[in-house]
Write a protein that binds this ligand. Structure first.
Ligand SMILES: [Fe+2]
Ligand SMILES: [Fe+2]
Length: 280
């Protein structure tokens, strides 16, 4: 059986009329058009910054439309607002913002099978939603989707990492750190599902850092951003401060991955643009 090639792109941060980040995306899109993977998972934060910016939404959709590969879309905090319990942004996830994302990109989660694997993608922004019906609906959907894979090894995609240092860590007091990953209660519930349903890989974005490790039978991969790195060089980082994307190959025996693009994309150190701007 041929390997199933899945490319994960994360944190595109596209803005109408903004050349920065779009310069990188043109290079990534050309690479995808040339390599023609079986599918592309777009792992959230397509929008530059403001989840209510209609011009950026139209620009992101128009940018993605010509890609000659089937894309699957998951939202990030800059697409539909931050998490209710653990977020930091003023704008939080809502049904209206979710509906806008779906109207532009067709979905907010997915489940499919290929090469003897199950693939599930969820809306990370709904984790810790303090009782929003959409969160309960997603938990029920995910449990059913994972059970439907029938014990196949499974890869789970979502925008935010599950944790920073360890699954046992408490929620951070500092909102800037707290918003970095899933809240502790959602993480415990998700990991319980992962362990019951043979999830072997959890692949996330959001931190604009590259990282890969395994713990208790699960590989965790933090995909870099295609757009930029965040934070000054002396800020605390968990992964490599680089841009790029992930080129996965799945077979029934396992998977390979490599990080692509760090050598031909602009690193676009975001703090330089924001340097000296109040409130950044
Ligand atoms: Fe991002
Ligand atoms: Fe994000």
């Amino acid at each position: 059986m041929n390997a199933y090639r899945l490319v994960q792109v994360a944190d595109l941060h596209l803005g109408a009329g903004q050349e920065h980040h779009f310069d990188n995306w043109r290079k990534v899109a050309a690479w995808i058009a040339r390599e023609k993977p079986d599918t592309v998972v777009v792992n959230g934060d397509l929008i530059m910054g403001d989840p209510d910016d209609e011009a950026d939404y139209a620009f992101a959709r128009a940018t993605m439309a010509p890609l000659p590969v089937h894309c699957r879309y998951l939202p990030g905090n800059h697409d539909i607002g931050d998490n209710i319990v653990s977020g930091k942004m003023e704008k939080r996830v809502s049904d209206a913002r979710r509906a806008r994302f779906v109207s532009h990109f067709g979905e907010e989660r997915f489940a499919f099978e290929a090469a003897g694997w199950g693939f599930a993608g969820i809306n990370a922004q709904l984790l810790g939603s303090d009782g929003q019906p959409a969160e309960a609906e997603q938990w029920a959907w995910l449990e059913k989707a994972l059970a439907g894979f029938g014990g196949k090894p499974t890869a789970l995609f979502l925008h935010k990492p599950l944790f920073l240092d360890h699954p046992s860590e408490p929620d951070c007091e500092d909102p800037s750190m707290r918003q970095s990953c899933a809240d502790a209660a959602s993480r415990a519930r998700l990991l319980d599902l992962c362990k019951r349903h043979r999830v072997r890989l959890v692949s996330s974005g959001h931190k604009h850092q590259t990282r890969s490790f395994s713990l208790d039978g699960i590989y965790y991969i933090w995909a870099p951003s295609t757009a930029c790195v965040n934070g000054a060089p002396d800020a605390k980082h968990w992964g490599a401060r680089e841009v790029g994307f992930v080129d996965y190959r799945f077979t029934p025996e396992g998977f390979d991955h490599r990080i692509v693009g760090a050598d031909f994309l602009f690193r676009h150190e975001n703090y330089i643009r924001k340097y000296g701007v109040a409130g950044q």
